[in-house]
Design a protein around this ligand. Structure first.
Ligand SMILES: *Cc1c(COP(=O)(O)O)cnc(C)c1O
Length: 233
């Protein structure tokens, strides 16, 4: 049995190594620890280890967890800054709640969600960071924007003053080899930058495939089990 600290360090080491192999600066790669199905106490432990970005995929679970972590920080008089990332499918009726704690939504994948985000961000001071999620499967009914519709969808997103488009997000390996899908994500990112030059970030790479994602240019890794251990259900 390894400890959380050992697993976290091991993943950090693998990220640095892959960045070196890819001739990239490890500082440009953000590690988001996906803490879904884990407690607020685990998030606090990760904060102690130096982690500052956390990913969740269900609002019902994430909202109270975020509140617990914040309360704990307050109690200890700590002022550590950290960010929550919403990485899962987001229902429109959960948008308002999700963006009350999440700083970044990685799963903008349809017009109706864009509309809900526009409404919910209207009164905000600072724009909300978003990634457009790609559909990498051949099934158009699956969540995500098909790469061929990316530019048209991105045009709508960048017109929103309260949304800041960071780039594309993808979950690889559902149908093909992750490396092949990372190449598709990379190509989509290049296409996107033609209409949105600053949207150069790529949210890709999970426990099983983050090294390949780094080679393909991923800037935001979403890593769960390799760090947290098996999720409890
Ligand atoms: C759960 C999840 C992850 C992390 O998956 P692991 O295989 O545990 O690293 C990454 N991205 C999304 C969208 C997820 O839902």
């Amino acid at each position: 049995m390894t400890s959380l600290a050992e697993r976290y360090d091991e993943v950090l080491g693998r990220i640095s190594h892959s960045a070196a192999v890819a001739n990239r600066n490890a500082d440009e790669i953000k590690l988001i620890v996906v803490t879904k199905n884990h407690s607020a106490a685990l998030v606090t432990e990760l904060l102690d280890l130096g982690a500052r970005d956390f990913g969740e995929n269900r609002d019902q679970e994430a909202k109270p967890k975020a509140a617990d972590v914040a309360a704990h920080e307050m109690q200890l008089g700590l002022q550590r800054t950290y960010d929550w990332h919403f990485v899962g499918q987001l229902q429109s009726n959960k948008v308002k709640s999700a963006i009350s704690y999440a700083d970044t939504v990685h799963s903008l994948d349809r017009d109706s969600l864009l509309e809900a985000l526009m409404k919910a961000t209207a009164e905000r001071a600072n724009p909300l960071d978003v990634f457009i999620e790609l559909n990498l499967t051949d099934d158009a009914g699956r969540g995500g924007i098909e790469p061929k519709h990316l530019e048209a969808f991105a045009e709508k997103v960048i017109q929103q003053p309260k949304l800041r488009l960071l780039g594309v997000m993808g979950v690889a390996g559902l149908e093909r080899e992750p490396a092949a899908e990372f190449a598709v994500i990379r190509g989509a990112s290049e296409t996107l930058q033609k209409v949105a030059p600053s949207a150069k970030f790529i949210s890709a790479g999970m426990s099983e495939d983050f090294e390949a994602a780094i080679l393909a240019g991923a800037t935001h890794l979403r890593i769960g089990t390799a760090i947290t251990g098996k999720r409890q259900y």
